[in-house]
Design a protein around this ligand. Structure first.
Ligand code: PA5
Length: 349
């Protein structure tokens, strides 16, 4: 199942596919997020010997990465299956009335509407992402339930107990105190996809009119050995938000093997013990030099990921509103796209 899409047309589905172990799902291949011929050829090589369907997700169908990739993949499918069977295997998600819908009608492709008038980064809980999540084998009903529960809580809890309001206000107070970047950290590498989604959500929604906190991420414990130095000891423009996962979901014991390796103090401990010790130690150390917040979820599953999507989307809207910027446009991205169109000779650019 090839997902052609970039930024908000890719990141939320990717978050779920990367965070969860989904043995029953289709193999997802990510495309339309690069202009590198090397990466494109590598992606095409992964399709050999497999039955291929594609979902081209493009809000306006003007962005270069998905547009160019869709052309290559359409040809690939037609060469492999013939036009008629290729058409059966192509699904597109775009804005009603856009050139993509017209193309689908002409070629006989299935068309799904992109919700209007929001950017892709706010569509985690719409068919834009639910379709590829379901293809990957995720329980999208549970994901939506998690989002609905979070929505109900955030719309009813009083301010002092409302986590989205508290998060947005704390971010704003830190901004007012002179902090200019927020580091989101987590000790689960499978949350890497969420990092990309979160970075895009806050960067595109808040970074405009000369204001906004730069969203950056820390994949711990690995990046404690690189970024960690700067976080602890470098210039003081960032604060940190830890994403903590409460439940233990995996286990691996460090049984002794009779070799004197200097790590005897780890005998029969679990990797989970090490990871939790690293989390506590890091939070203690970093709290000494920078403001640290902690967001806690019970476990990594569909329900909690749905809740997280809603939480961050809602908090981002609140936070951008406190800054006085429109969270739902992205004039900076449009500016760079314009320069690219002119460089490539797009008519009317
Ligand atoms: O979230 C957004 O609004 C943007 O990042 C878009 O999703 C991204 O630019 C891709 O645009 P499109 O779906 O039109 O190809």
């Amino acid at each position: 199942f090839v997902v052609i899409g970039v930024g908000g047309s890719n990141n939320a589905a990717r978050t779920v596919a990367e965070a969860l172990d989904l043995p029953g799902g289709m193999k997802i291949v990510w495309a339309g997020n690069t202009l590198s011929p090397h990466a494109m050829n590598r992606m095409l090589a992964r399709l050999e010997g497999r039955s291929v369907v594609i979902d081209c997700i493009a809000k306006n169908f003007e962005t270069l990465e998905p547009g160019a990739s869709f052309r290559v993949l359409r040809r690939y499918l037609c060469d492999r299956y013939g036009r008629e069977e290729a058409a059966r295997r192509i699904l597109c998600t775009g804005t009603p009335g856009s050139p993509l819908e017209k193309l689908c009608a002409e070629q006989g492709y299935t068309f799904l509407p992109f919700p209007e008038p929001i950017g892709g980064r706010f569509t985690a809980l719409s068919p834009v992402h639910l379709v590829p999540m379901a293809a990957a084998g995720a329980d999208v009903a549970a994901l939506c339930r998690g989002a609905e529960e979070m929505a109900a809580a955030l719309r009813s809890l009083p301010a002092a107990q409302n986590p989205a309001l508290r998060y947005a206000v704390l971010r704003h107070l830190l901004w007012q105190k002179g902090y200019r970047a927020e580091l989101l950290s987590c000790f689960e590498p499978r949350m890497k996809g969420l990092f990309s989604w979160w970075e895009q959500l806050f960067a595109e929604s808040e970074g405009k009119d000369g204001v906004g906190l730069l969203p950056v991420t820390g994949e711990f414990s690995e990046q404690l050995h690189s970024l960690g130095q700067f976080i602890q000891d470098g210039s003081h423009f960032l604060f940190e938000t830890f994403l903590q996962i409460k439940e233990q979901q995996a286990s691996l014991s460090l049984h002794p093997d009779g070799v004197q390796d200097g790590f005897g103090y780890l005998d029969d401990k679990d990797f989970e013990d090490l990871n939790r010790a690293a989390f506590s130690a890091t939070r203690t150390a970093h709290s000494a030099t920078l403001p640290c917040l902690t967001l806690t979820i019970d476990r990594v599953d569909e329900k909690n990921l749905g809740g997280l999507f809603y939480f961050f989307q809602f908090a981002c809207y609140l936070s951008a509103s406190l800054l006085g910027v429109n969270p739902f446009d992205q004039p900076g991205v449009e500016a760079y796209k314009g320069w690219m169109f002119r460089a490539l000779g797009k008519p009317g650019a």
